[in-house]
Design a binder for this molecule. Sequence first.
Ligand SMILES: Nc1ncnc2c1ncn2[C@@H]1O[C@H](COP(=O)(O)OP(=O)(O)OP(=O)(O)O)[C@@H](O)[C@H]1O
Ligand SMILES: [Mg+2]
Length: 402
Amino acid sequence: MTAIFDHDSSTADSLRSTVGGSAIVVPSLDGLRRHLETNLAEDAVVLGPSVDLSAAAALAGSMRVTRPSLGVILIRRRLDTSVLAEALRAGVREVIEERDMSGLNAAVGRVRDIARAMREQVLGPDTLEEPTSKGRLITVFSAKGGCGKTTLATNLAAALADRGRREVCLVDLDLAFGDVAIALQLFPAHTIADAVPLGSALDASAIASLLTPHSPGLTTLVAPLEPGAAESIPAELVGRVLDLLKERFDYVVVDTPPAFDDQVLVAFDRSDLVALLATLDIPALKNLKLTLETMDLLNFPRDRWRIVLNRADSKVGLAYSEVEKTLGVPISVQIPSSRDVPASINRGVPIVLDDPRHPVSQSIRDFAESAVAGSGRAEMSGTHGIRSDRRGGLLRRRARTS
Ligand SMILES: Nc1ncnc2c1ncn2[C@@H]1O[C@H](COP(=O)(O)OP(=O)(O)OP(=O)(O)O)[C@@H](O)[C@H]1O
Ligand SMILES: [Mg+2]
């Protein structure tokens, strides 16, 4: 995989066309560093002609120590021996003249060959294909729209990432109207729709190239920008994407549309925990009750979901205890209502990062920590429960129940 950066985005784009394949353009040097932190399959970095030599040298110098298999290729408008010497001294693998596009391609090929050889030496040739650890998947769902799924999913993912302590990928499965990218003010180069043409070539490194980094520890796979593209994304593909992400990340958090569609069932099927959201209004509670009944019909284990009551302090005439009685199940988390929530979304910064002490942040962080603490228990182990029914999965079980 190759990451490309230049201060001038059109230059970066033309470098990407030259390199081809699944190369991606990152928006800044900081973004590049974050991208490299979360994308361990990245073999090559191409820094365009506008990146100054000292910044390139700093990046190459630190990568030489922390990530020796990664090769940094520097493009210069003109090559002279002093630039060449300084760059190579700092650990830049190759310096290429801007016009020498075939030279760039060959350099990327060489860098990737070396990276592959180095990894095979350390890990053995087959080890790369093997998942080293299984991440945990948390799906946020409510059958009624506007309950706060995206708010919870984005903040939960940020709380789990905990400023780089864990590797988290937030996936927007609201394929037609997903707004994770807007809520986090991301400018994605790729979306989940780009996984469709990859077909059987979809593997861990291909997925990595579709991700959009957000902040330390947190990266995203965003929904298509065109609502129409949703129809072209089959549930099986979503399943494969989630499986690959689970192999790579400590946590995968999934935001969903307000409907039990096939893609959502595929996510449920792979979920170690489902957060079912409701608010204190009769339609939301009715839908939650129906959701719980549907989950029972699908044999989804009861110890794998939690009820999250959003805007729990709204004075709307429904008491919390009545809600628990009506649903017949306990509420695990209450998130208070606050005007600071839409304000944080408008700023594009999750409130847990913007104001960690805010009561809303506190309740979401507590929920995140309880999910992590539960990871040692059966319900978060990922080793048994719904996935152990290898013959079925919820999609087929739904077919049987309907
Ligand atoms: N705790 C809260 N306090 C105040 N406002 C909130 C809270 N949670 C969510 N909101 C607001 O409610 C609105 C809907 O939230 P959000 O987009 O997260 O819901 P959703 O379930 O993802 O909606 P959709 O079904 O359309 O995807 C947003 O404007 C959000 O800012
Ligand atoms: Mg939403």
